[in-house]
Ligand binder design. Structure first.
Ligand code: BYC
Length: 351
């Protein structure tokens, strides 16, 4: 039986004169049927633009997010902690790669996206503009920041756009490990000396509110939520996911023996959720605009890392060109023309 996706491809391939309304109807039917949209399927321009915006922002967050934690690699308190932290940071680099690759299937390139990040034309998550002042911050990032990320990202595994949803499956598995290592690290500190306990509490006090801001502005100020939910890119609103995170975090904080820095936090029997105090949205927008404590430092470091890595990119491109020549001779031009952008342009195997 032909799925809506197959019909969509057949229609697009078979009738050059197919009008936009017919394409749109097939796209809408696929979304309504909870089918995946794939790179070669017709999609509205705004759907493509929204996905590029969100996936790029997500990818940028992953690679900028390596910086605050990398601050502690040389000062990790044991070889075991250092190895764990290095593995986690490498995972974040990997997440960036999966996500840039997913964005490339939409017709952009990693170079273009990085240029936009470096020029300040694309965002990354507000959370990474806060400093990591003590070792306990590594635990607080794992527990709270990765915990918030998982809450936000598990529903993205069901994103209507195939490459993004599939990338999220592996990312979420790894984030789950990250969250547990942060929890375990904080547990060790919380049950340690009074000084270690105080250090853990101080980290939680500083990271709690910025973690709640990660979910984005309140629903009535969220410019993109309604459309993104209609397209099944997002499955839940910012406020719904924030509430889910608060509800999960309170018992975890109790088990850790730490308190969350919100005097208004209490169980609401009627709602079946925890009530929590007001979020400082002025602070959030200031950080998003570039005025957070570490925005400048993060961007300077990112641009420097990019510039210093130019020789690696040149060497990789030279190697790929050489390799392409060798396999091109052996396998013919079809193999040589492979790769995501060629496939996406419909050239793969037919060049
Ligand atoms: N920070 O209409 P809205 C990680 C912007 S990586 C900065 O609600 P949307 C990790 C938003 O972009 C975590 N900007 O937007 C990595 C929009 O501005 P533009 C990253 C924010 O897209 C390493 C405007 O505010 N996770 O976990 O519907 C180590 C209005 O917002 C933020 C993702 O990226 C923010 N917090 O919803 C450890 C997940 N929030 O674009 C951990 C994927 C909002 O119009 N992204 N803005 O200029 C999403 O799920 C959604 O994009 C958001 C925002 C929920 C974040």
């Amino acid at each position: 039986m032909a799925t809506a996706a197959a019909q969509r491809t057949a229609r697009a391939d078979g009738t050059a004169e197919a009008d936009a309304a017919a394409h749109e109807a097939l796209f809408d039917a696929a979304i309504a049927a909870d089918e995946r949209i794939e790179p070669r399927d017709w999609m509205p321009d705004a759907y493509r633009t929204t996905l590029i915006r969100q996936i790029a922002q997500h990818a940028h967050s992953e690679i900028i997010g390596m910086q605050p934690e990398a601050n502690w690699i040389t000062r990790a308190p044991s070889l075991r902690r250092k190895a764990i932290l290095m593995a986690k940071i490498q995972d974040e680099a990997g997440h960036g790669l999966y996500l840039y690759s997913a964005a490339e299937t939409l017709g952009t390139s990693r170079d273009e996206l990085l240029d936009k990040l470096h020029a300040g034309r694309q965002k990354y998550s507000s959370i990474f503009n806060y400093p990591t002042l003590t070792w306990a911050d590594v635990g607080a990032i794992g527990w709270l920041v990765d915990g918030a990320a998982i809450t936000n990202q598990v529903p993205l595994c069901r994103c209507s756009y195939g490459p993004y949803g599939r990338a999220m499956v592996r990312i979420c598995k790894e984030e789950s490990f990250h969250q547990r290592q942060g929890y375990e690290l904080l547990m060790a500190l919380s049950q340690g000396t009074p000084e270690q306990h105080a250090m853990a509490q101080d980290a939680v006090d500083r990271w709690w509110w910025p973690s709640l801001m990660m979910f984005g502005p309140p629903d009535d100020e969220s410019a993109h939520s309604a459309q993104s939910m209609a397209w099944k890119i997002k499955r839940h609103s910012n406020d719904e996911l924030r509430q889910r995170f608060v509800d999960a975090s309170v018992p975890q904080a109790e088990s850790l023996g730490l308190t969350l820095p919100d005097p208004e936090l209490r169980w609401n029997e009627e709602r079946g959720h925890y009530d929590f105090g007001p979020i400082d949205w002025t602070e959030f927008w200031e950080v998003v605009k570039g005025n957070g404590p570490c925005n400048e430092q993060r961007m300077t470091q990112r641009r420097r890392a990019h510039d210093e890595g130019a020789w690696v990119r040149e060497a990789a491109a030279a190697y790929a060109a050489k390799h392409k020549g060798a396999t091109g001779a052996a396998d013919g031009p079809a193999r040589a023309a492979g790769g995501p952008s060629a496939q996406q342009a419909g050239e793969s195997g037919k060049a």
